[in-house]
Design a protein around this ligand. Structure first.
Ligand SMILES: [Zn+2]
Ligand SMILES: [Zn+2]
Length: 273
């Protein structure tokens, strides 16, 4: 079945290109029935001592504006008010939370894993003596805690550390040195009982050819009884539902039969794939 929900998207309240209303109108045009905006809140932004995303006062404005949009378009679309919270940021919650690891700490320094390939290579050289598997291990140690740190309803882009690793050009995603810490983080997160998103955001932005998480990790997730949902992580109104057919096929090939969406009352609804 065609998936007509998308719960991971950004606006000009942080690093997205469009206003919330432009995003909502685009979602309506695409026939989306349940739509969630999940703006970043308080994400450390090294090397500066500042944060990316909304602070408390911007968050208050955001909730107010989205609540108005929810009313304005009621009957046309069900709008949900979310936040994407980093494990090292502050937890600001509206109706649902996506928990994501974008930054981690090593020797008192903060590293952003999805900023640019250059930044990540430089951090790997300097802080991990060029050992990518040590860097991946540190990433998954932080990721393993994401549900506890953010109290999230959705695990965001579980293997974001692979953003610049298309075709294994930085490290080998099939070897034990990579997979062991990844699977041990997955095992820890399964206790939270929340879905892992299949996220197509790095495809629409030209970094990857397949969604997060990798096929190997999705199969692992399925074999351990994990659950999924499908999200675009859109930073522009043109990429909602981006490559959802591909994500759906991938999920089916990995053995999943349905995806979840939060009902924003503490539970989930199922959509057949
Ligand atoms: Zn993210
Ligand atoms: Zn995002």
């Amino acid at each position: 079945m065609k998936i007509l929900s998308d719960f991971h998207s950004h606006t000009d309240y942080a690093d997205g290109k469009n206003t919330p209303e432009e995003m909502v109108l685009s979602a309506i045009e695409l026939g989306i029935s349940e739509y969630g905006i999940s703006e970043h809140v308080y994400m450390p932004n090294p090397p500066a001592e500042e944060y990316l995303g909304m602070d408390e006062s911007k968050f208050e404005k955001y909730v107010l504006e989205l609540t108005e949009l929810k009313e304005k378009y009621r009957g046309k679309i069900e709008l949900h008010i979310g936040t994407e919270v980093d494990g090292m940021g502050k937890k600001l919650r509206a109706e649902y939370v996506i928990g994501s690891t974008h930054v981690l700490e090593k020797d008192g320094e903060t590293i952003t894993v999805d900023d640019s390939e250059e930044t990540l290579k430089y951090a790997c050289e300097r802080l991990f003596s060029g050992d990518w598997y040590k860097l991946c291990e540190a990433y998954y140690e932080q990721e393993a805690k994401i549900a506890k740190l953010t109290d999230c309803d959705i695990i965001g882009h579980f293997d974001l550390i692979t953003k610049f690793n298309q075709d294994g050009r930085l490290f080998d995603e099939s070897c034990d040195a990579y997979l062991e810490p990844a699977i041990s983080a997955m095992k820890e997160l399964l206790y939270a009982g929340v879905p892992f998103e299949i996220n197509t955001g790095a495809i629409s932005r030209g970094y990857r050819k397949e969604p997060y998480p990798s096929r190997r990790l999705l199969k692992e997730l399925k074999s351990r009884g994990g659950m999924i949902m499908i999200n675009s992580d859109s930073h522009s109104k043109d990429t909602l539902l981006y490559k959802f057919d591909m994500a759906r096929r991938l999920a089916l090939e990995c053995g999943f039969e349905y995806a979840l969406i939060p009902d924003c009352k503490g539970g989930y609804k199922r959509t057949e794939l």
